[in-house]
Design a protein around this ligand. Structure first.
Ligand code: PLP
Length: 383
């Protein structure tokens, strides 16, 4: 697209990698069967689903039977949280999560509160990390689930998942993590990290929209889930609905590529991010939101003092496509709940930019964006 702004919103979604598109295409036309059908068309589709399931499981050190395909991470989060609540309420009705979670975790929790569950929304430190002592103190005998995201979608902060997993395992509480932003970008191992349930989505890792999965542990412990979609009993009864081979094949291909290229991509993105921060640091009165290093390689989130957030976005929109601290749910104009949880003022929360760098970001683009942001902030401060 000629003259379109530079895309730095890779946390919102990513373009589908051409290699992923190529892997998907035959499954729209040549191998179009229903994986449930008992004839060769069905078997071909079923074989592709089986291979994809194995590939996805391998990238997180899980078993193929532990992967439940969903429409994305929103559905996976709903299935995990409501599914556990419905299956385990007789053991207790207390759930722990964090104030900085995505709405796809917070909203199911609020819904469960309306049904009589109690939810603790843990605060975070000023760097966005949840404190293990705070978490441990919040645990009660009736706590059935802890849900803490692996990587934050606004500030990129990586929570101490392995430590939280160990704590939950010791206390015999189920542990769910929303890994929508983390898969394919940072190493994830459901065994080593004692994860019981993990939400994933393809469209944040250069795969197609509309496909994701929930990892559901089958051993030590075996997690029971109440289905949220009832029908033909697909996905071992946990999620009915005809499987969608093109999307599933694309998801597996995308994740496989991302994991294979993770180390080199991390180094490249960290380099570009430093370059961007270096340009922004010419400006006085800016602050970095979130932990300086314990964050996704492609994430930079910065607040600009003394600037109107709306005017800043408007001034930049022809140069760069990104989100601000109020635009995460684009319909809402409230300041970001994540930045507020870090203790930022409304002004700083509004006047923030989330830079999401990705696979197709170049050094030339970063230079152009850096110059545009510096010029725009200077101009706005001058008026
Ligand atoms: C994008 C995102 C979601 C929602 O995923 P969908 O697949 O779009 O439903 C959930 N959680 C986090 C952290 C995300 O970044």
């Amino acid at each position: 697209m000629a003259n379109s702004p530079i895309y730095l919103d890779f946390h919102a979604t990513t373009p589908v990698d051409q290699r992923v598109v190529d892997a998907m295409l035959p499954f729209f036309t040549d191998y179009f069967g229903n994986p449930s059908s008992l004839h060769s068309y069905g078997w071909q589709a079923e074989a592709a689903v089986k291979n994809s399931r194995e590939t996805i499981a391998k990238t997180i050190n899980a078993q193929p039977e532990e992967i439940v395909f969903t429409s994305g991470a929103t559905e996976a989060n709903n299935l995990a949280i409501k599914g556990v609540a419905e299956a385990y309420f007789s053991y207790g009705k207390h759930i722990i999560t964090v104030q900085t979670e995505h709405s796809a975790v917070l909203d199911p929790c609020r819904y469960l509160e309306s049904l009589g569950f109690e939810v603790t929304y843990l605060p975070v430190e000023s760097d966005g990390l949840v404190s293990l002592t705070t978490l441990e103190k919040a645990i009660r005998p009736e706590t059935i689930l802890v849900s803490v995201m692996a990587a934050n979608n606004e500030i990129g902060v990586l929570q101490p998942i392995e430590e939280i997993g160990a704590l939950c395992q010791k206390q015999e509480i189920l542990f769910h993590t929303d890994a929508a932003q983390a898969i394919g970008k940072v190493p994830l191992d459901v065994q080593a990290m004692n994860i019981h349930l993990m939400s994933m989505t393809a469209h944040k890792v250069y795969g197609p929209k509309g496909i994701g999965a929930l990892y559901v542990r089958r051993r030590q412990p075996r997690v029971n889930l109440a289905a949220q979609l009832h029908g033909g009993g697909h996905e071992r009864g946990m999620r009915s609905g005809t499987l969608y081979p093109p999307q599933i094949v694309g998801f597996a291909k995308a994740l496989d590529l991302a994991v294979a290229e993770m180390d080199s991509e991390r180094k490249r993105l960290v380099g570009l991010r430093s370059q961007l921060l270096h340009s922004l640091n010419q400006l006085p009165d800016i602050c970095l939101n979130g932990h300086p290093t314990q964050r996704l390689p492609g994430n930079l989130n910065v607040s600009f003092g003394g600037v109107d957030g709306q005017a800043l976005l408007l001034g930049l929109q022809s140069v760069v496509a990104l989100s601000s601290g109020s635009a995460c749910s684009s319909a809402s104009t409230a300041p970001s709940h994540v930045l507020k949880a870090l203790g930022r003022s409304d002004q700083l929360a509004y006047a923030s930019l989330r830079f999401g760098l990705g696979r197709f970001t170049t050094a030339a683009e970063i230079q152009q964006v850096g110059e545009a942001v510096v010029a725009t902030v200077k101009a706005l401060r001058a008026v």
